[in-house]
Write a protein that binds this ligand. Structure first.
Ligand code: CP
Ligand code: NVA
Length: 298
């Protein structure tokens, strides 16, 4: 594995390796340390805000023996129009890897191509692979396996997180249900591209029935602020609340990639009832990203 740009580009074997190493890193944290990034400096280049991704990568790099530098893309010459391909070729002379959060998927692909250094997608408009790998690990950790589980995604079914779940469904053996208004459902072409057992429906109740996992994300993703009013109106019925949870399996996991907007995609009571596992899910970002970094540094 040279880069981690999307779930779509990973093989099932690569996913399996990352998940196995995630378990090792989680178990060994604070006991056995390995330093595959010793002597290396990785750049975090972010065009959008972040709490979890930034901190988990910075801590993870440090724990693996490396150093990191954080660049707000707007403060770099990138923000004044320097080309990505030029930025990539400059940074490649200085850094050992890049972790990029931006808008267009094409931009990280271009950075990876021109820099040649290991490049990680820390969220684009198309995918949030590190999040969904951590989430799959969380399901396996809490429920033994993801095989033959039913994962129901509630809300914006074409968001980056939903799309990463969609591509994961094409690689692993679980059923993905996407409960969204038509306009927020993946188009047939994308469904075909992803493969897997996927059901898209406007009927939240049927999507939630007997689910093993109820998953949601914010209605207004970063960069979509201009659509806020419309999204709130259209996505209004697509939220996880106590009555939706009652339809799922009795031990269903409620998951949220965070940050959460209580009263929108999830209600306060449901969020707090499942806070323990939601914050375990957030913690697992650290462990899965250490596994990813260790794989890329090989
Ligand atoms: N879930 C997630 O990626 O959070 P941040 O935006 O805080 O990094
Ligand atoms: N879909 C959200 C995820 C945030 C972690 C966004 O892109 O803002």
């Amino acid at each position: 594995m040279k880069h981690l740009l999307s779930i779509e580009q990973l093989t099932p074997g690569e996913i399996e390796t990352i998940l196995r190493r995630t378990a090792e890193f989680k178990t060994n944290r604070g006991k056995i340390s390995t330093r595959p990034l010793a002597g290396q400096t990785w750049a975090l280049i972010f065009s959008k805000p972040s709490t979890r991704t930034r901190v988990s990568f910075e801590v993870g790099i440090r724990e693996l023996g490396g150093e990191s530098i954080y660049m707000n893309a707007a403060d770099a010459q990138l923000g004044r129009g320097e080309l990505i391909k030029d930025t990539a070729r400059v940074l490649a002379r200085m850094i050992h890897g890049a972790i990029i959060r931006t808008y267009a998927q094409r931009d990280i692909e271009e950075f990876a191509e021109f820099s040649g250094v290991p490049t990680v997608n820390a969220l684009t408009d198309d995918e949030h692979p590190c999040q969904i790998l951590g989430d799959i690990f969380t399901v396996m950790e809490k429920r033994g396996q993801i095989d033959n589980r039913i994962v129901t995604f509630v809300g914006d079914g074409i968001s980056n997180t939903a799309r990463s779940w969609l591509f994961a469904a094409g690689k692993l053996d679980f059923e993905l249900r996407i409960a969204s208004p038509k306009r927020y459902q993946p188009k047939p072409k994308l469904l075909k591209r992803a493969g897997g057992r996927v059901v898209c429906t406007e009927d939240l109740q049927s999507a939630a029935r007997d689910a093993d996992v109820l998953y949601t994300d914010i209605w207004v993703s970063m960069g979509k602020e201009a659509e806020e009013a419309r999204r709130e109106a259209e996505l209004g019925p697509y939220w996880i609340n106590e009555s939706v949870v009652k339809l799922a399996k009795p031990d269903a996991l409620v998951m949220h990639c965070l940050p959460a907007h209580r009263g929108q995609e999830i209600d306060e009571k449901t969020f707090e009832a499942h806070a323990q596992s939601i914050f375990d899910q957030a913690e697992n970002r650290l462990h899965v990203q250490k596994a990813i970094l260790a794989e890329l540094a090989r």
